[in-house]
Each structure stands twice: as structure tokens, then as C-alpha cells.
Design a protein around this ligand. Structure first.
Ligand code: AMP
Ligand code: ZN
Length: 463
């Protein structure tokens, strides 16, 4: 039985979908104005784990993810510039070129860590009509007002506002008072924009559409309500995001969706914690981020990053360091080496024995992947026949996503020439001639192989 922490109830709950056997899941996707960094990847890897855990529990998952390519301002509370337009003016490209470039970069990054694509990837700019329709429905329900600057959602008319984050409206007022001076006609600081007019500092905004209220572009939050309900229905099971989305973005999504339909929007809200670097959140704005190609450039396999992220629970912060990435790389290499010699094929399917049961039990405990990983190692080191281990591990890897099927049973044939160099290197190493040993390591690498030193002697792998 799968249990998940639901931000809405602030409790771990048993997962019961709205429709038997089926799950609708929506993921807030990237704002494509800058590079995807490894902090983002933790969030998308954890979503991937959640989706695969649901599948392992027999659910069929319909997964939708948006791409924000318009309307997300440099502050979540509708102040500042549009991130896309800013990205364009800084690089001398059009907003459309910026969006395309960073969307491609996002997919390249998620592919590198083996994240499965959502069934539907939807762009905000391709769903403007749906967003306008939703604003019209809110207007009909009396939840909207218009100023010379924008069309606003009136939070005072939505009694459940603040339920997700547990914040009272009065507290919000204090938190964002400066915001009220941006548009003097805005009634409450927590009111948020549904539609911006291309006036004032948005006059030269290049992305704009006509609407019943005037020419402009949508606010950031409306796209997620419009597109999630378009593809998953007015009520669906799971909505994910980073914890930064709880107080503003997701609170606003609930207000917009439930304000229009009168039905519960989402049953389970799942939020992931951050990756920090030097005790600060890794972020685009702080410019303290690392990209996946940067860690690759330093000689790490992107899959070591995935392994690293499996070692922390999704609801706890993770401090990134190269030391921890090195440990993850070593552990992953070791796992690959262990499984390479296993036999496969005798047990065509996992017997779903005690190890697999314990593994699934751990992931089903609010995605306790670190605990599940400990079961993996216990099984690897056990005296179970290797073909049985292989079958089990392949099943477990459907959730972990470490691509172990590429290595299980794939003993590598080492050419004689390479083996000779390996032996010479081992001799040099034992004689503590480290200079010679490093030289030989370089020669071996030029031939396409890598030597890994382990407690039971040198092991060789193809690079
Ligand atoms: P953005 O493209 O900046 O809107 O971020 C996309 C998603 O990545 C959001 O759900 C953020 O919460 C998440 N995110 C951003 N920075 C980090 C980080 N350092 N660690 C984990 N998740 C992050
Ligand atoms: Zn969203």
C-alpha cells in the first residue's frame, strides 16, 4: 500500500486514486529562460521515482508537464520583468528562440539522468485560448476585477485561500506589502494577476495576444490550472512541485481551479525539497548553479547524480558537494561491477521474493528510496543465486532508473593488450611507483578502458 505525504493535510496518507487503477499526475515544469541546473534535476528525478513507484503498484499513470514560456515574472508575486523577455534582451535573441533553446537544453539534461518524458508536455503559449476561457469562468463567478494594469484574482472572495500553505490572509498581507504599490488599484497584496495588459513597463512586450479585457499576456499561475484541467480533468490525483511553489503558485492554482469549477482540484500535493550548495539554495538567480554538462566535464557520469539523489529523502534538503558526488560515483561503479558478472535469463521474472517485497515496502513508505537502496545492497551482497538477484534487481531498477539492464550480465571482454597494461599498472601500484601507475592508467584510458582500484584488486571497465 503506497503512502504519500500530502502537503494539503500535512499528513502521510494512504494513496487512493479518484478512479480505480488510474492516476492523473501533473508536474510543474521549467521556465525556459535559462539553463536547467542539477537542483532542478533533483525535483524531476523525484517525480520520475514517484511515477515509477505508482506503476510498480499497478497503477496506470497519465503524466502531464507544462513548459512555462510566457508570463513568469522575476518575482513569483507579479512584480518585476517577464523572465522570458529578460532572457531575450540579455542575449540579443527573440523570446521564441530563447524558449526553444532552453527547452531543448532542459530535455537534454533530463535525458542524461534517465528521466522518462511526461505523456503530455504542454507549452503555455500554445494554450492561451484555454487560459482566457478559465479567466472568463472566474469572472462569471465574481472572482475577478480589472485595473488599468491587469486582470486580478480577488483572493478575499475565495475563502479557502491559504489552506495549502496554512497561511492566513492577514499574514500574507504583511509578507508582501511592498507589492501593493506596484499597481495602486490592486485591492489586496495577495491578489494575483490572471492577465497582464501590455501597458506601462510591459508596453514593448513581444509575446502578446488579444483577450476580452484587452491585449496582453497571461499571468504565470493560470497556465497550470488551465492545462492540468484540460488534460487531466477538473479534479485529479497528484500535483507535484518544489516547496517554493507552496505559498504562491500552488495556492493560486487551487484558487483559480476551484474558483472556476467548485470542485476539489487536486487530491494529493507532493512537494520536493531543495538542493543546496554552500548552505544556500542552488538557483539561477544566485548564479551558484551547476549544469549536468559541467559535472560531466569533471569526469562524472550523469547517472552518478541520479544515484546521489536516491540517497536522500525527497522531503529533506540535500547539500550538494563534489565529495558526495564522488561517493555516489564510486557506489554506482561498484554496483555495476557487482552485477556485470551475474547470470541472467534463468529467472525470466523477479520472483518478487523477500528482498523485492522489502524494497517496495520502503518506497511505498512515502518514497523512502534511501531505505530501498539499502535493501538493494543487502540483496547484492546476499548469497542468493545471481540469476535470481539479476531478476530482482531489474525489477527494482524499474523504479530506481539506474539503467542496470545495460550492465547486468555484460561481462566485458578485455583485449590482451589492455590486460597486459593493467597487470603492469597493478605491479607498479603495489611497488608504490605511482608515477608509472598513473602513466599506465592514461595509456589504458586511451585504449578506451578505465581501471578501478578496489579491495579485491583492479577492475576494468569500458568507457
Ligand atoms: P524554475 O524553472 O526555476 O521555475 O524551477 C523549476 C522547478 O525546479 C521548481 O519546482 C523548483 O522548485 C525546482 N527547483 C529550483 N531550484 C531547485 C533546487 N536548488 N533544488 C531542487 N529543486 C529546485
Ligand atoms: Zn505550475
Amino acid at each position: 500500500m503506497l503512502k504519500l505525504f500530502n502537503t494539503l493535510s500535512r499528513k502521510i496518507e494512504e494513496f487512493v486514486p479518484l478512479e480505480k487503477g488510474k492516476v492523473g499526475m501533473y508536474t510543474c515544469g521549467p521556465t525556459v529562460y535559462d539553463y536547467t541546473h542539477i537542483g532542478h534535476l533533483r525535483k524531476y528525478i523525484n517525480d520520475d521515482i514517484l511515477k515509477k513507484t505508482l506503476q510498480a503498484n499497478g497503477f496506470s499513470v497519465h503524466h502531464v508537464m507544462n513548459i512555462t514560456d510566457v508570463g513568469h515574472l522575476t518575482s513569483d508575486s507579479d512584480t518585476g520583468e517577464d523572465k522570458m523577455e529578460k532572457g531575450a534582451s540579455e542575449t540579443g535573441r527573440t523570446v521564441w528562440e530563447v524558449a526553444k533553446f532552453y527547452e531543448d537544453y532542459f530535455f537534454k539534461s533530463v535525458d542524461a539522468v534517465n528521466i522518462e518524458r511526461a505523456d503530455i508536455v504542454c507549452r503555455a503559449t500554445e494554450h492561451i485560448g484555454k487560459q482566457i476561457k478559465l479567466i472568463e469562468a472566474l469572472e462569471k463567478n465574481g472572482l475577478v476585477y480589472v485595473t488599468s494594469h491587469a486582470v486580478y484574482f480577488d483572493v478575499s472572495k475565495f475563502s479557502k485561500y491559504g489552506e495549502l500553505s496554512g497561511q492566513k490572509l492577514e499574514d500574507k498581507e504583511v509578507g508582501s506589502r511592498s507589492d501593493v504599490f506596484v499597481d495602486k488599484s490592486k485591492k489586496h497584496p495577495a491578489d494575483f494577476v490572471l492577465w497582464f495588459f501590455t501597458v506601462g513597463h510591459f508596453k514593448s512586450h513581444t509575446m502578446k495576444w488579444s483577450s476580452p479585457w484587452g491585449e496582453g499576456f497571461p499571468g504565470w499561475h493560470i497556465e497550470c490550472s488551465a492545462m492540468s484541467m484540460e488534460y487531466l480533468g477538473e479534479s485529479f490525483d497528484i500535483h507535484t512541485g518544489g516547496i517554493d511553489h507552496i505559498p504562491v503558485h500552488h495556492e493560486n492554482e487551487i484558487a483559480q481551479s476551484e474558483g472556476a469549477t467548485g470542485k476539489q482540484f487536486v487530491k494529493y500535493w507532493v512537494h520536493h525539497d531543495f538542493v543546496n550548495i554552500d548552505k544556500e539554495k542552488m538557483s539561477k538567480s544566485k548564479k551558484n548553479f551547476l549544469r549536468v554538462e559541467e559535472i560531466e566535464g569533471k569526469g562524472y557520469d550523469p547517472m552518478a547524480l541520479r544515484y546521489l539523489y536516491l540517497t536522500a529523502h525527497y522531503r529533506s534538503e540535500m547539500a550538494f558537494s563534489f565529495e558526495s558526488l564522488t561517493s555516489a560515483q564510486v557506489a554506482l561503479n561498484k554496483l555495476r561491477e557487482e552485477v556485470r558478472g551475474w547470470e541472467v535469463g534463468i529467472f525470466s521474472q523477479s520472483s518478487k521474493d523477500k528482498f523485492y517485497d522489502r524494497f517496495l515496502e520502503a518506497v511505498n513508505e512515502d518514497l523512502n528510496v534511501p531505505k530501498a537502496l539499502a535493501v538493494v545492497w543487502e540483496m547484492v551482497k546476499s548469497d542468493m543465486p545471481s540469476a535470481q538477484k539479476a531478476a530482482d534487481l531489474l525489477e527494482m531498477d524499474k523504479i530506481l532508473g539506474l539503467e542496470l539492464s545495460k550492465v547486468i550480465g555484460q561481462k566485458i571482454e578485455i583485449p590482451e593488450e589492455v590486460q597486459k597494461l593493467v597487470d603492469l599498472r597493478e605491479k607498479a601500484r603495489l611497488e608504490k611507483d605511482f608515477e608509472r601507475s598513473d602513466e599506465l592508467r592514461g595509456e589504458i584510458k586511451r585504449l578506451g578502458y578505465e581501471v578501478l582500484d578496489s579491495a579485491d584488486g583492479a577492475k576494468v571497465k569500458k568507457v
